[in-house]
Design a binder for this molecule. Structure first.
Ligand code: UDP
Ligand code: MG
Length: 140
């Protein structure tokens, strides 16, 4: 067990449907603490930079178009094993494969419009948090 921070994003499909509070309730019920949060409308250029690890994927352009299509809510979640705990409560990338009760099982519209992003490892969490937040914005 280790205390970690992880980056979460509530995606445009979810902000459009007014699901920010419902998703936050699931994150908190999973034992995660939201120690930073802000609502942004990012440009496609910023989405491309954030998701550059997926640059060679066929879904990259559609993903970046989607992520810049409406507001997102970026968050830092904290807790014991926060990276893995968040991945568990998010559910599988494809909502058809997501466990019942997870955010994606309940709210995702498709494999692309799947309501939330979550860092996949401790090192990527550190990089992704630094992309959106400065130290002074993390209020633990
Ligand atoms: N994605 C997509 N089609 C795919 C795989 C991924 O549109 O076949 C999108 C989806 O929004 C996903 C994001 O690209 O959440 C990043 O993909 P990744 O494999 O990192 O999934 P995640 O870590 O979000 O579960
Ligand atoms: Mg990922």
């Amino acid at each position: 067990m280790s205390y970690q921070h992880t980056l979460s994003i509530i995606k445009p499909d979810a902000t459009r449907r007014n699901l920010t509070g419902a998703i936050n309730a699931k994150l908190e019920a999973a034992g995660l603490t939201i120690i930073a949060q802000k609502r942004l409308h990012i440009s496609k250029i910023h989405a491309q930079k954030f998701y550059q690890v997926h640059m060679s994927q066929p879904f990259y352009d559609e993903l970046c178009e989607f992520m810049s299509s409406a507001p997102i809510v970026v968050q830092v979640l904290a807790g014991e094993n926060a990276v893995a705990v968040n991945r568990d409560v998010m559910g599988a990338t494809n909502p058809a494969d997501a466990q019942p009760g997870t955010i994606r099982a309940e709210f995702a519209l498709s494999i692309g419009e799947n309501s939330v992003h979550g860092s996949d490892a401790d090192d990527t969490a550190i990089q992704e948090i630094a992309f959106f937040f400065s130290e002074i914005e993390l209020v633990g």
